[in-house]
Ligand binder design. Structure first.
Ligand code: 13P
Length: 251
């Protein structure tokens, strides 16, 4: 893995956050201005309604914003959906695609996730492509096979290096307080890295591999130090500036 890979700590606010929550971003911006520079890119993926107002605080603080989903098409008759270029127009530079909550709630397939990632790239956004096994799949010894299949099917051919981010989020670790052992995270991230290199060659070496699932101040130092973990995708703990800051500076 190249030593010059810049880690990414990204907050996924999910369906949380009214304008009043911008105070947390103001607090985080204050911490970033006052503290030692973080050793990572800091990103927040708020609900789409907050991207534009949040950008006024985030941009001067160097916080990158992202969406949580996008439609594969550039525009058209898709009521309730959002296009990648709309997210970019609002100030986003990234977008999460294929989060397990969307795969479960909206029946998203690997093929659809790949098309969404392609739409993101076409609009100049970095897709954060999520993969991860369920508890039943892990207990059946199928975690590697499931995640490998998701990776192969969800990552577009033109993706590589800094253009794309992969987040390994075991479904059973999301919002539960449970996390895999460090050895299990290391093994999965090594598998992801090996597969990216075997598919993309050298271009697979710079792809950032994030861990997500109950990442919090108490476990961030240990998890973020694991080989091939190039940052984290943080749910609940990204909603409060103090918790998110503790994870950012755990790197
Ligand atoms: P939690 O950090 O709340 O477990 O959520 C993880 C997640 O799903 C981030 O995308």
């Amino acid at each position: 893995m190249p030593q010059n890979i810049t880690p990414l700590i990204a907050g996924n606010w999910k369906m949380n956050g009214l304008r009043a929550a911008l105070i947390e971003v103001e607090k985080l911006a204050g911490r970033l201005a006052a503290g030692e520079p973080p050793r990572c890119t800091v990103a927040i993926c708020p609900p789409a309604t907050l991207i534009n107002p949040m950008n006024r605080i985030a941009a001067p603080a160097g916080i990158v914003l992202g969406g949580q989903d996008c439609h594969p098409a550039a525009s058209g008759a898709h009521t309730g959906d959002i296009a990648a270029q709309m997210l970019a127009d609002a100030g986003a530079q990234m977008v999460i695609v294929g989060h397990s909550e969307r795969r479960a709630d909206h029946g998203e397939t690997d093929d659809l996730v790949r098309q969404k990632a392609m739409a993101a790239l076409a609009s100049g956004l970095t897709p954060i492509i999520c993969v991860g096994e369920t508890r039943a799949e892990r207990e059946a010894g199928k975690a590697d096979a499931v995640v490998s299949r998701q990776l192969a099917g969800s990552v577009p051919d033109q993706a590589a290096d800094e253009d794309v981010v992969i987040a390994y989020e075991p479904v059973w670790a999301i919002g539960t307080g449970l996390t895999p052992t460090s050895a299990d995270i290391a093994e999965m991230h090594k598998n992801l890295r090996d597969q990216l290199i075997s598919r993309f060659g050298k271009r697979g070496e710079g792809v950032r591999l994030l861990y997500g699932g109950s990442l919090k101040p108490a476990n961030a130092k240990e998890i973020l130090a694991i080989a091939n973990v190039n940052g984290g995708l943080v749910g609940g703990a990204s909603l409060l500036a103090d918790d998110f800051a503790a994870i950012i500076w755990a790197l």
